[in-house]
Write a protein that binds this ligand. Structure first.
Ligand code: FES
Ligand code: FES
Length: 176
C-alpha cells in the first residue's frame, strides 16, 4: 500500500491508501468514477489513456495511465478530460474538435485533447514559425492512435486553434 496525495483538475484528493498494483487508469475510472480517461490497448501503445501532468517548473506533458501505478503520481498535479471545460464552457480545443468533426467514436479523443492542450501550452511558452507549424502538430500528436482514423481532422482542429491566435502561438513574421 502507498499513501497517495494528488491534485486532479485543481482539486486535492487524499491522503488515501492505494494498492501498489493499482494502475492510474483504474484509480481514475474505478476509484474516482472519472471515466473520461479511456482504457484502450493497456500496453502504452495508443495513448487513449493519456492525462496531462503539470510540472513544478510550469511546463506540462502527457503520461499514459494504463501501465503506470497510481502510487507513482503521489504528490503530482494532473489534468484529465473532465477538467478542460470551465463553468460549463468548452475550451477552444474542444469546440474546434466538434467544429472539425475530429472524432467519430470518441474513444481516442481525451488523449488527443490532452496532447493538444500540452502543445498549446508549449507554443505559448516557445512559439514556432508558421512554416514549422504542420510538422510541429504532427510530431506532437504522433503516438496517439485513432481506430476511426481521424488523424487529419484532429490535425486541422488543432491548427485552427493556433491560427486563431497567432500572436500567442507563432513567431511574429518579420517584414523586410
Ligand atoms: S490504453 Fe494506455 S496507451 Fe493504450
Ligand atoms: S474517434 Fe474512434 S478511435 Fe478515434
Amino acid at each position: 500500500m502507498t499513501t497517495l496525495r494528488i491534485t486532479i483538475n485543481g482539486r486535492a484528493y487524499g491522503p488515501m491508501d492505494v494498492r501498489d498494483d493499482l494502475t492510474m487508469n483504474d484509480f481514475l475510472r474505478e476509484s474516482l468514477g472519472m471515466t473520461g480517461t479511456k482504457f484502450g490497448c493497456g500496453a502504452a501503445q495508443c495513448l487513449s489513456c493519456a492525462v496531462i501532468v503539470d510540472h513544478p517548473d510550469g511546463t506540462s506533458s502527457t503520461s499514459p495511465t494504463c501501465v503506470v501505478p497510481a502510487a507513482s503520481f503521489d504528490g503530482k498535479a494532473i489534468r484529465t478530460v473532465e477538467g478542460h471545460a470551465k463553468n460549463g464552457e468548452l475550451s477552444a480545443l474542444q469546440k474546434a474538435f466538434i467544429e472539425h468533426f475530429a472524432f467519430q467514436c470518441g474513444y481516442c479523443t481525451p488523449g488527443f485533447l490532452n496532447e493538444a492542450q500540452v502543445l498549446l501550452e508549449r507554443l505559448a511558452r516557445a512559439p514556432v514559425a508558421r512554416a514549422d507549424l504542420e510538422k510541429t502538430i504532427t510530431e506532437a500528436l504522433d503516438g496517439h492512435l485513432c481506430r476511426c482514423t481521424g488523424y487529419i481532422k484532429y490535425h486541422e482542429a488543432v491548427r485552427s486553434v493556433i491560427l486563431a491566435d497567432p500572436g500567442r502561438y507563432l513567431v511574429a513574421k518579420v517584414d523586410r
